[in-house]
Design a protein around this ligand. Structure first.
Ligand code: GLP
Length: 244
């Protein structure tokens, strides 16, 4: 695991966009695993800027999103499909035929999970998986205790995750209690992983990750077993590691 320490959120977003654009330009048909949340927003903004300057094209890119809330329609402003269109897809030259976000309102959610797995496999696997991290160490929506062998599945959200994500909703009751999430094994099958960590609220999670202990109680700790992981984290995220 390579850990790159940067000053702040802006520096993390800059380093992450340079990293991702290098891969998109180097690979013939890049397959990206994409993430939502506040963490990658700055990265997406930078990519849009660099796309406008002609530094990167998504013409040959296929993307697969990590997760989606169960019960939210694509056009719901809180759905991750909406987030991806709003923050990235609508502003770059990616074809919507080449993007896949799990469908949280599928009539058969189990089938949808299987379809997500199969679409990733049919594309030849994910080249670069982008990840954020939950304060409790979750990746995607894989909460503490999720088996490392898990594939894409319907998951129940932790109370702490519902609380954390309620900032995007009018009331906490509106936050879905379930999601479809790529599994830990799905994530680990990516050829390369880029994990972004910013802010003091993630400092505990970063400290657990770098402690080296691999446990299902800290889902992100599994990344210690992956051969090609880059973590870009800012000063605030290092506060616990630094003993502050
Ligand atoms: C959410 C998402 C994750 C994300 C994490 C952190 O619940 N499912 O994919 O990485 O929690 O979110 P944020 O970047 O907003 O802190």
């Amino acid at each position: 695991m390579e850990i790159i320490r940067v000053k702040d959120y802006a520096a993390m977003s800059e380093a992450a966009s340079t990293f991702l654009i290098e891969r998109i330009n180097r690979l013939d048909n890049p397959k990206l695993g994409l993430a939502t949340g506040s963490t990658p927003e700055g990265l997406y903004k930078n990519i849009i800027e660099k796309h406008k300057q002609g530094d990167v094209s998504f013409k040959n890119v296929k993307s697969f999103n990590l997760d989606e809330y169960v019960g939210l329609e694509k056009n719901d402003p809180n759905s991750y499909y909406f987030f991806m269109k709003d923050k990235l897809f609508d502003h770059v030259d990616i074809s919507l035929d080449n993007v896949r976000v799990p469908n949280g309102v599928a009539a058969d959610l189990q089938q949808e999970c299987q379809d997500h797995e199969e679409a990733i496999k049919a594309a030849g696997g994910i080249d670069v998986q982008l990840l954020g991290i939950g304060a409790n160490g979750h990746i995607g929506f894989n909460e503490p205790g999720t088996p490392f062998t898990s594939k894409t599945q319907v998951v129940n959200l932790d109370e702490s995750t519902i609380q954390a994500n309620s900032r995007f909703f009018n009331t906490i009751e509106e936050v879905p209690t379930q999601a479809i999430s790529m599994g830990i094994d799905t994530i680990m099958n990516s050829k390369e992983i880029l994990l972004l960590i910013s802010g003091e609220s993630k400092a505990e999670a970063l400290a657990k990750l770098v402690s080296g202990e691999v446990t299902e109680e800290v889902p992100a700790s599994v990344l210690n077993n992956h051969p090609n992981v880059t973590v870009i984290a800012d000063e605030a995220a290092f506060s616990v590691v630094d003993g502050k």
